[in-house]
Design a protein around this ligand. Structure first.
Ligand code: NAP
Length: 241
C-alpha cells in the first residue's frame, strides 16, 4: 500500500497537506517535532472524514532519530511503503546577517536543508524499487528572490530548489518525480506575528494565502496526473514577485 509521509504535519501548511492527501485516499503518516496536541488534532480531522492517519514523531534534523522512526514504521508495515514524501517542516530564525548568531544560521539549515536530505535519502530506495514516488519540497518565495533578514532561511530554501532539480534527474527513470512548491505569505503560526495588513498590501491579490490553497497544489503533484512534471518549482503567492 502507498503511504504519504508529511514532515511537520501537525500544524499550518503541513496539516492542510495531510488532510488533502488523506482525502485523495492516501493513508497519511503525520510527522511532528513536539506538539503532540496539534498532531493529534490533524489525525482526528483525517479520521473524522473517514481517512487513515498515524503519528510518527521525529526531529528531521537528527539522522539517527529518522532512521529509528522509519525503521520502526517499516517493521510494522511490511507490505507498505512511503510513496509520497512532502518535505514541509521548516523554521524561521530571522535576523540581519550582521547580528546573526551561529545557532540561528545552523538551526535553519539543519532543519530545512539537512532535514530534507536525511528524510528523503531514507525513503528514496522504497520509491525507486517500487517504481512510483512523489517527492514534494516546500521551499519559499524567500528562496527564489531572497529576503532581507532571512539570509539563513533564503539560503536553505534556495539550496532545496537546487537539490530538487538535481534529484529529479537522478530518479526520473524510476518514475519518481521531485518538485518544489514555493509559497509567498500564507496564514499559519509561522506568519502570525508579521504585520499582516501592511504585508498584504504588497500582494497583488491583497491577501495572505491559505494553507488549503498550498495543499491543493501539493495534492496535484502527489497524484498520478502530474506524472510528467519533475524538477519544477511552482510558485503560489497571489502574484507577489
Ligand atoms: P508552522 O505553522 O510554523 O509549522 C511548522 C511545522 O514544522 C510544525 O508541524 C512543526 O512541528 C514542524 N517542525 C519544525 N521543526 C521540525 C523538526 N525539526 N522536525 C520535525 N518537524 C518540525 O509552519 P508553516 O507556516 O505551516 O510552514 C510550513 C512550511 O512552509 C515550512 O517549510 C515553511 O518554511 C514553508 N513556508 C511557509 C510560508 C508561510 O507564509 N507560512 C511561506 C513560504 C514557505 P511541531 O508542531 O511539533 O512544532
Amino acid at each position: 500500500m502507498r503511504y504519504a509521509l508529511v514532515t511537520g504535519g501537525s500544524r499550518g501548511i503541513g496539516r492542510a497537506i495531510c488532510i488533502k492527501l488523506a482525502a485523495m485516499g492516501y493513508p497519511v503518516v503525520i510527522n511532528y517535532l513536539g506538539n503532540q496536541e496539534a498532531a493529534e488534532a490533524t489525525k482526528s480531522a483525517i479520521e473524522q472524514m473517514g481517512g487513515t492517519a498515524q503519528l510518527l514523531r521525529f526531529d528531521i534534523s537528527n539522522p539517527q532519530a529518522i532512521e529509528e522512526a522509519i525503521e520502526m514504521w517499516e517493521n510494522s508495515h511490511p507490505n507498505d511503503y512511503i510513496a509520497v514524501l512532502v518535505n514541509n517542516a521548516g523554521i524561521r530564525r530571522d535576523n540581519l546577517m550582521v547580528f546573526m548568531q551561529n545557532s540561528e544560521w545552523h538551526n535553519v539549515i539543519d532543519t530545512t536543508l539537512n532535514g530534507f536530505f536525511y528524510t528523503t535519502r531514507r525513503v528514496l530506495k522504497g520509491m525507486m524499487t517500487k517504481r512510483f514516488g512523489r517527492i514534494i519540497n516546500i521551499t519559499s518565495l524567500s528562496g527564489l528572490k531572497g529576503m532581507p533578514g532571512q539570509c539563513n532561511y533564503s539560503a536553505a530554501k534556495a539550496a532545496l530548489i537546487g537539490a530538487t532539480k538535481a534529484l529529479a534527474q537522478e530518479v526520473a527513470p524510476r518514475k519518481v518525480t521531485v518538485n518544489a512548491v514555493a509559497p509567498g505569505f500564507i496564514e499559519s503560526d509561522m506568519t502570525k506575528e508579521l504585520p499582516k495588513e501592511e504585508l498584504a498590501k504588497m500582494v497583488p491579490m491583497k491577501r495572505f494565502g491559505k494553507p488549503e490553497e498550498v495543499a491543493s497544489l501539493v495534492g496535484f503533484l502527489a497524484g498520478e496526473e502530474s506524472s510528467y512534471i519533475t524538477g519544477e518549482v511552482i510558485s503560489i503567492n497571489g502574484g507577489l514577485l
